[in-house]
Write a protein that binds this ligand. Structure first.
Ligand SMILES: NC(=O)c1ccc[n+]([C@@H]2O[C@H](COP(=O)([O-])OP(=O)(O)OC[C@H]3O[C@@H](n4cnc5c(N)ncnc54)[C@H](O)[C@@H]3O)[C@@H](O)[C@H]2O)c1
Length: 254
């Protein structure tokens, strides 16, 4: 039997880390790094800002799923600059030094969140669908300019740029997932979330697609959203690039 790929999840003890570890633990040899232990996979307890402390976790790893971050969109610049930016940079650099082949970076819709304040997205987010046909919607694509909506979004744009650099300069394959909304319920809890939810099974599927994408995929950004009728982010690009085929539409909870 072929050896299982060794996958390291940073921020493994959080919500998404737990969902991914449960969903893909049978397929990969998974481990984590976090400041607190995971219920699901062996965890190297260390702070991603401490390069020497995290390095051992990267030894012998094939692919990294980089999730470690403070996740509140209201985070201050001091929090982003103090935690997320060094944590992200260290993940890429530790991966490079360990010879990791692929990094899946958890970006966020907030890297381009200002689009949401333009029509028709503003109305969709407010649940005002009058006069709109979801089949005719021009969705936000990853080719459109980044428009961070917060220091948190700036941190994610930094991560995407870092990923492009490590891909082009150091030959590591990097895929960035601009995740919409993942909550523990896996269903909409606000009007906006009818558009933005990435269900747990679509999340697991997208991470798996990122890990399995052919080596020829050197860099890419994909939106991480379920096939919600009112999604306003493009998923065609993800289908073409990595074979993402989401199954869930949040209209079933309407
Ligand atoms: N949940 C969402 O809706 C959503 C949306 C877009 C992007 N994301 C991104 O996905 C990733 C995971 O999100 P989540 O919802 O699982 O969040 P979470 O808060 O549940 O998990 C984040 C984990 O990262 C760890 N962490 C943070 N800073 C660290 C550091 N310096 N060193 C070590 N560990 C550290 C935390 O301890 C935590 O276990 C984050 O990067 C987040 O920005 C999440």
């Amino acid at each position: 039997m072929a050896r299982k790929k060794k996958v390291l999840i940073t921020g493994s003890s959080g919500l998404i880390g737990g969902i991914v570890a449960r969903g893909l633990g049978h397929k990969y040899d998974m481990s984590g790094v976090d400041i607190r232990p995971s219920e699901h996979i062996p965890t190297h307890i260390a702070d991603m800002r401490d390069f020497a402390a995290i390095q051992p976790a990267f030894e012998g790893i094939d692919s990294v799923v980089d999730l470690a971050a403070l996740i509140q969109v209201e985070s201050t610049w001091e929090q982003v600059y103090g935690n997320n930016i060094p944590a992200t940079y260290n993940a890429f650099e530790a991966a490079r030094q360990a010879g990791v082949k692929r990094i899946v970076f958890a970006s966020s819709n907030h890297a381009a969140g200002m689009w949401e304040f333009d029509e028709p997205y503003r109305s969709i987010v407010a649940g005002d669908y009058k006069g709109l046909n979801p089949k005719m919607l021009r969705r936000v694509t990853v080719d459109m300019p980044i428009r961070p909506d917060s220091p948190y979004g700036i941190g994610k744009a930094f991560g995407e740029a870092t990923g492009r650099f490590y891909s082009e300069k150091h030959g590591i394959s990097v895929l960035c997932m601009r995740i919409g909304t993942v909550n523990k319920e896996g269903k909409p809890m606000t009007i906006r979330q009818f558009a933005t939810i990435l269900s747990h099974r679509d999340l697991v599927h997208q991470v798996e697609r990122c890990l399995e994408a052919p080596e020829s995929v050197r860099f890419g950004i994909v939106y991480g959203v379920s096939k919600n009728t009112w999604r306003f982010w493009d998923i065609e690009g993800a289908r073409k690039l990595i074979g993402y085929e989401p199954q869930d539409d949040m209209e079933r909870w309407r």
